[in-house]
Ligand binder design. Sequence first.
Ligand code: NHW
Ligand code: EN5
Length: 372
Amino acid sequence: RHKFWETQPVGQFKDIGDSSLPEGPIELPTPLSEVKQEPYNLPDPYEWITCDINSEVMCDEVYNLLAHNYVEDDENMFRFNYSKEFLRWALQPPGYFRSWHIGVRVKSSKKLVAFITEINFLCVHKKLRTKRLAPVMIKEVTRRVHLENMWQAAYTAGVILPTPIATCQYWHRSLNPKKLIDVGFSRLGARMTMSRTIKLYKLPESTVTPGFRKMEIHDVPAVTRLIRNYLSHFVVAPDFDENDVEHWLLPRENVIDSYLVESPETHVVTDFCSFYTLPSSILGHQNYSTLKAAYSFYNVSTVTPLLQLMNDALIVAKQKDYDVFNALDVMQNETFLRELKFGPGDGKLHYYLYNYRIRHALKPSELGLVLL
Ligand code: NHW
Ligand code: EN5
C-alpha cells in the first residue's frame, strides 16, 4: 500500500495498538561518517540544486513553482500562494541550513520542477507527478538533515500517510462573506439572505481590550517567557528561545502579525496572539484572483479571556482587509471557535513525526505546534 513509507522509520499502520513496541526513537543515530556521503540518484533528465532563497532569481523560481503546483483544496478551486517574503521568512529561521533548500532541475532546460525543504514545501510539478520523485526527494532531505546530526522531525500534510500522531480540523471565520460566497469558498446558509449573512459576521470597528497593541522588538523577552510557559503544557510543542521568538513572532508586513496585551497599570505583558498571511489563488474566477487569508499561529492568554483576545485578532484582521481567518482545533482553540462563528472546513490536517513512535494518537488539544 505504501511502498515508500513502509521502508521509513515512522509508525506503521500494522503496529497500531501493539503495546509491546516502545515509545521513542525508532532508529538510533549513526555516526556521521556512516551517513551516505553522496546524493541519491535522480532519474537521468534531472539534477539536484541547492537553492539560494536570498537570490532574487532563485526565489522567483521557487515562488513560481509553488504558486502553480503546490497544495489545492479537494475540488481544485483554490491553491496556496505563499509570497516571496513569506518563503524567505519560513526558510531562514535561526539555525537553518541552506543545504536543506533542495530543488530539482531539468538538466537540459534548467527548469525548476520540484522542491523540498526540511519538513515543508514538498512540491513536484504537475506534469511530473506519480513518477516516484517524492520518495527520492524525501530521502535526500533526510540524508542532509542527518549530516547535521538531527534524527527526528515533525511535519504535517492534508493526506493520510503512515501514521498520524493527530488529526486536526480546519475552521474558518468569514470576514468578507460576500466575496467568500461569490468565489465559492463558502455557501449561503439555508434560510439565510446575503444581508443577514453580512450582519451575522459583522465585527466592531476597533479592538476592545485595553493595552492591546502590536508586538515590538523590546517585547521579545516577555513574549518568550509567556510562550515558553504556555507551550510547556502540550505533549508536542516547539522549544522557542528568544531568537526563535524574534524570528517567528516579531511582526513582518504581510507575513506575520503579532499583538499583545500590556497591562495599562503594571505594564506586564499578559496575553499574546498572532496570525500569518497565506493568500490562495482563486482558480478560474471572473472577478477575483486571490483570497486573502489569515491563519491563527500562537496565542496565549493569562488575564484577557482567550475568546476576547481572539475576537480582537478578528477585528484587526478585518481592519487589514483579510477575507477569512482560519484556525486549527489545536491548543485551546476549541474554546473560542464556535462562539466566534468559525465553521468547520472541508479540510483536515494530519500531524506526523519522523523517527519517533508514540503509543496513542493525540487529541488536537494536546498539540502545541503550528506549521506554516
Ligand atoms: S504537505 C504538502 C505536500 N505538497 C503538496 O501537496 C503539493 C501538491 N502535490 C505535489 O506536489 C506539507 C505532489 O503530489 C507530491 C507527491 C510532491 C506531494 N508528504 O512522487 P510520487 C509538506 O510539504 C508519498 C509525504 O509518485 P507525487 C510535508 C505517497 O504517499 N509523502 O507522488 C512534506 C507515496 O508514498 P507511498 C507524500 O504525487 C513532508 C509517494 O509520496 C506526500 O508525484 C515530507 C508517491 O510519490 C506528502 N504530502 O508527489 C516528509 N504526498 O509510500 C518529511 C504523497 O504511499 C520527513 N506522498 O507509496 C522528514 C524529513 C526530515 C527527517 C529528519 C530526521
Ligand atoms: C502544510 N504545512 O483543503 C500544509 N483547505 O478547510 C499543507 N476549505 O480552505 C496541508 N473545496 O471549507 C494543507 N470553506 C491541507 C489543506 C489544503 C487546503 C484545504 C480547506 C480547509 C479549505 C474551504 C474551501 C472549500 C472549497 C471547496 C472551506 C467553507 C468555509 C465556511 C465558512 C462559513 C462557516 C462554515 C465554513
